[in-house]
Design a protein around this ligand. Sequence first.
Ligand SMILES: Cc1ncc(COP(=O)(O)O)c(C=O)c1O
Length: 392
Amino acid sequence: MTHPPVYLDHAATTPVRAEVLEAMLPFLGPAAFGNPSSAHRFGRTARAGIEEARRQVATALGAEPSQVIFTSGGTEADNLAVVGASLAAGAEGRPMHAAVCATDHKAVLAAAHAVARLGGSETVLPVDSHGILDLAALDAALAARPAIVSVMWVNNEVGTVQPVGEIGRRCRAAGTMFHTDAVQAFGQLPVTMEDTGATLLTISGHKIGAPKGIGALVVQSRAAVEAIIHGGGQQFGLRPGTENVPGSVALGKAAELAAAEQAAKATRLGKLRDELAARIRIAIPDIVWIAEGAPRAPHVLSLGIPGADAEALLMHLDLQGVAASGGSACTTGAAEPSHVLTAMGVPRELALCTIRFSMGRETTQADIDRAVAVLPTVVAKVRTLGGLLGRA
Ligand SMILES: Cc1ncc(COP(=O)(O)O)c(C=O)c1O
C-alpha cells in the first residue's frame, strides 16, 4: 500500500493557505496591479491593499499600523533590526554594539557580525542546556549599554521559549533596544509587543501560510532604527523600494488568521507532539528529547537518536515519504553540528544524530501514525549501516 507523503517540516516552511491565496490574487491581476506610490486610481487601490495589510499585521501583534515595516522576509527584518538599530546608535555618537543570543537564527548572528565589520562590536550571550538565555550574562552585557539586544522568542531547531518578558523588562530598565525574532513564535504562542516589552519584533510570512519572500519588522520607534538599504522614501524611509503588494496583502491575511487560530492550534499540536514523542520513545527507548524540560512551543520536536546519523535518517525517512529536517547543517559533505545544539552543550556525536519534526495546521493524526510506524525501521537500518561503516 502506498501512503501519501507526510510533511513534518512546518518550521522550515508552510503551504500557502487558500484564504491567503484568495486575498492576494487580485493584487497580481489587472484589477489591482498598480504601484502604491502612484496617485491615480490604480495606485490608490494598491495603496489601500497595503494599508489594510499593515492594519491586519498591527492588530495581530498589538502594534500600531505605522509601526509595521514590510520586508522581504524574516532575514531582512532581523538585519534591519540589528544593523539598523546599531547604525542609529552610531549616528548619535553611541557605541554600535549588538548583543545577540548564541542560539539565535543565522540572520541575527550574521547581522551582528556585520555590525562588527562596520566598526562596531558584538557580544554573543550564552544559553543553558535547555537553550534558555543566561540572564546574568545579559545583565553583564547590558552594563556595557549595547545599542541593541536580540533574542529569538521560540527557537526554530529545538522549540525552546525564551523568557522574553523578563528580557524586555531588563533591557527597558537599562535603556537598551530589545529585538525579538518571533518568526517561530507567531501563530504558536500568543504574541504581542506588550508581552515582550520588545521595541522591535520580526515575523515571516512563509511560516504562517503566506508565500516566501515577505515578512515584517514591527518598529516601536522609527527614529531608533536606520534604513539598511537606500532608495525612495517608501515605508517611512525605513525600507525603500516599491512595496511587494500581493505579498503584504498575503501576510496581512495570514497574520489575522494566525492570531485568531493560535490558541486552538497550540492545544491540538501540543497533544500531537507529546503523542509523537511518547510513541517514539516506546519504540526507540534511548532517544534523547532535546530541551525536554524547557518551556517550549507546541510545534517542534527535536530528537537525538544515538548512533543514527541525521543525514542518513532524513534520507531514509524521505524514501519512506516522511519529510523532516536535521539539527545539523551539512556543508560539502562534512556535517557540522548545529550551532544551536552546540551552544546548548549537546555533545557533537549526539548533535550529528539529531532530527526535527515540526507540525502545522495541516498536520493530522494519520501523519503522526505514519511517522511512528516508519521511524523504528529507518533507525534500525541507519544504525546497522553506521555500524558497518564504523561511524555509529
Ligand atoms: C527563527 C527564524 N528567524 C528567521 C528566519 C528567516 O526567515 P525568512 O526565511 O523569511 O528569511 C527563519 C526561517 O528559517 C526562522 O525560523
